[in-house]
Ligand binder design. Structure first.
Ligand SMILES: Nc1nc2c(ncn2[C@@H]2O[C@H](COP(=O)(O)OP(=O)(O)OP(=O)(O)O)[C@@H](O)[C@H]2O)c(=O)[nH]1
Length: 158
């Protein structure tokens, strides 16, 4: 399950992560549990289609917990090795969105929660990262946009 702030690069990184594992011979799948941002499902769908990775999502559903569970169940039945759940961007002041993230995690029971962090955030990442870790069991961090500037060091130290 991928979590993080708005625009951190979750959807892009989900596809890269799936593609990487596909190239290694695994059978990944993508689930779009982002019902918040307009176009989120289309973005994931386009990336998945280009990479020939199966995907699941909904244009009409408004319950990300339900969509996540449906997607995970479907791909488990299809014997996928790696089911990646992309979630909406959120920040710690958005209590209801944090609660939603907790519910998705509780319902899908991910083996790994990955916190995706934009390197340009620098050391201010600390408070946000802590809030995510206090709500869901973050087990890994991926830092994105290291190609754009030199602030990644601050992010790493935070
Ligand atoms: N330069 C650069 N741009 C990136 C990288 N990763 C993502 N982006 C860009 O950052 C923007 C946001 O990426 P998304 O993958 O949509 O981010 P997101 O976290 O899914 O966004 P929300 O779902 O709205 O929270 C897009 O324009 C991406 O192309 C990266 O490593 N380098």
């Amino acid at each position: 399950m991928f979590v993080g702030l708005q625009g951190a690069g979750k959807t892009t990184t989900c596809t890269k992560y799936a593609y990487y594992h596909q190239k290694k011979g695994y059978k990944p799948a993508l689930v779009c549990a982002d019902t918040f941002r307009a176009g989120a499902f289309d973005q994931l769908k386009q990336n998945a289609t280009k990479s020939k990775i199966p995907y699941y999502g909904s244009y009409t559903g408004s319950d990300p917990v339900k969509i996540a569970v449906e997607g995970v169940d479907r791909f488990k039945k299809e014997n996928c090795d790696l089911i990646i759940v992309d979630t909406s961007g959120r920040h710690k002041q958005q209590a209801s969105l944090f609660e939603e993230m907790r519910q998705i995690s509780e319902a899908t029971k991910p083996d790994l929660v990955i916190f995706v962090m934009d390197s340009s955030i620098g050391q201010t990442a600390f408070e946000q990262a802590r809030a995510f870790k206090q709500t869901v069991s973050v087990g890994a961090v991926i830092i994105t946009k290291m190609d754009g500037h030199a602030k990644g060091g601050g992010t790493l130290s935070a």
